[in-house]
Design a protein around this ligand. Structure first.
Ligand SMILES: CC(=O)SCCNC(=O)CCNC(=O)[C@H](O)C(C)(C)COP(=O)(O)OP(=O)(O)OC[C@H]1O[C@@H](n2cnc3c(N)ncnc32)[C@H](O)[C@@H]1OP(=O)(O)O
Length: 433
């Protein structure tokens, strides 16, 4: 690389060089893909890049615009978090995506510059108090203050697997009807978005797509999906009202003259257990298939236990949503708590210095909190990443504080905070973004 790259806003005019960078970084080239294909996927309000300086290098075409050395973008998402009194609440989340640094520019601190830019811009905009992401590699984002807040539990069930749900629930599931439509028609995408929002509001950890991307999220690229069918949407209805949905696609396979089709379920949401059961029973009984893979479930998922537990459902576990507290007092007061507590936190946060230092977090008996600056002695020292990891209530701060080089300075304070932040159930894995 020649000169130091300059950070710039990206616009639709940059699509050709965005595609050049993306193809080089990810080497997942879509057959027949064009720069214009990326236009709907990017949110140009958030798309930023590092533009390379200097003259073209030997072998490079002399283009009007220099190549990009790195880029990122983000979506205006929402995430469902613990609310006061055991309820749930949905908050804005700035979802980082499209992070890539050119192979020639890597390990020279460019991602570090881009991350500072991203987090400082979120803070300056003041729209979301937390940021989130899916990591391509687990070792990257802890250093930038993100903590892994939920797991992606992948379940694999054979066709016809028996789901041993209680009899009362089976009776209710029998009264749910399901039907399948093909995506991405405008009607299908509208129905999907409505179901997605309704179900996400009832599921801890669920991430929701922005309105602006609702119709384009699942665009179909027939050339690159190979032998897989287009995505399908299964909707569950009770008395005409949609109560759940699944986004899935099948891949036809045959072995020794027998059908061995595979079903991959990218999203499965339900506002109640009966709808979840009805959708799962239908997905497990699709003709010409032998295996159903369900992504982004949770370890205490009823489906896993109805199916017979870990031995039967072969769970594979990955890190799902990484959360970064960007505006600490807002983030800690926007969510609710399971128990009263009063602790002084001493937070380490180099990248977002406005969060660093001592904060008094006071939670009342209803689970609502205040969080104010204080000069009082700290009860707990902890890195900001620990608050991100505990944010959805799925991970125990008591386990994390010593593991993440935190320290308890008042006996019992970590336990108090840990209990207050915990949720009753595990968070669901987040949708892809
Ligand atoms: C939210 C998302 O979009 S996730 C997608 C992330 N993108 C990718 O994985 C695409 C392929 N990889 C890349 O484009 C690049 O290697 C990136 C973006 C991961 C890293 O960019 P770089 O500019 O090389 O990172 P940078 O030089 O700022 O490194 C900062 C630190 O992170 C470390 N680091 C960077 N990438 C990795 C990694 N993959 N694994 C472990 N450590 C890493 C560096 O060693 C460095 O550590 P140090 O501060 O102790 O020296």
């Amino acid at each position: 690389m020649n000169d130091e790259p300059t950070l710039i806003d990206l616009t639709p005019d940059d699509l050709p060089r965005i595609k050049d960078l993306e193809d080089t970084v990810w080497f997942e080239v879509q057959p027949g893909g064009t720069p214009q294909d990326l236009a709907d996927d990017l949110d140009f309000r958030h798309a930023r890049a590092a533009e390379r300086g200097g003259a073209p290098l030997p072998g490079e075409p002399d283009q009007e615009r220099p190549p990009l050395a790195g880029m990122y973008s983000a979506y205006d998402l929402a995430v469902t978090v613990p609310g006061p009194g055991g309820g749930l609440t949905t908050l804005p989340m700035d979802g980082l995506t499209w992070v890539g640094v050119h192979p020639d520019a890597r390990r020279k601190g460019l991602l570090t510059r881009l991350m500072r830019d991203h987090l400082h811009r979120i803070h300056d905009r003041g729209e979301a108090a937390v940021a989130g992401l899916h990591a391509s590699e687990a070792a990257i984002y802890g250093r930038f203050g993100y903590g892994c807040a939920s797991l992606d539990v992948k379940l694999e069930l054979g066709r016809g697997s028996e789901l041993k749900a209680p009899a009362w629930l089976v009776g209710e599931a029998d009264r749910i009807t399901t039907h399948v439509v093909t995506l991405p028609t405008p009607e299908g995408m509208t129905a999907l978005h409505e179901a997605h929002l309704a179900c996400a509001a009832t599921a801890l950890g669920a991430v929701t797509r922005p309105e602006s991307k609702a119709t384009t999220w699942y665009r179909d690229f027939p050339k690159s999906r190979g032998s897989k069918e287009p995505r399908r949407l299964m909707l569950a209805r009770r008395n005409g009202t949609v109560t759940g949905y699944a986004v899935f696609r099948r891949e036809s396979k045959w072995e020794d003259g027998s059908p061995r089709g595979e079903v991959s379920v990218a999203e499965l949401g339900a506002v109640d257990l009966a709808s979840l059961l009805a959708l799962a029973r239908r997905l497990l009984d699709l003709d010409l298939t032998s295996k159903v893979t369900l992504w982004a479930r949770r370890l205490d998922d009823p489906l896993l236990w109805w199916a017979g537990g870990p031995r039967a459902a072969a769970p594979r576990i990955y890190d799902s949503l990484w959360i970064r507290v960007v505006d600490l007092p807002r983030a800690l007061t926007d969510r609710g708590y399971a128990a009263a507590c009063e602790v002084v936190l001493d937070v380490a946060d180099e990248l977002c210095p406005w969060n660093a230092g001592r904060w008094r977090l006071t939670v009342d008996g209803s689970g609502a909190a205040t969080c104010v600056r204080t000069e009082d002695a700290a009860d707990v020292e902890l890195p900001v990443a620990a608050l991100g990891a505990a944010y959805l209530g799925g991970r125990s701060l008591a386990a994390m504080v010593p593991a993440l080089s935190g320290r308890e300075l008042r006996s019992g304070a970590v336990r108090e905070l840990s209990r207050a932040m915990r949720a009753d159930v595990d968070p669901l894995g987040a949708i892809d973004f």
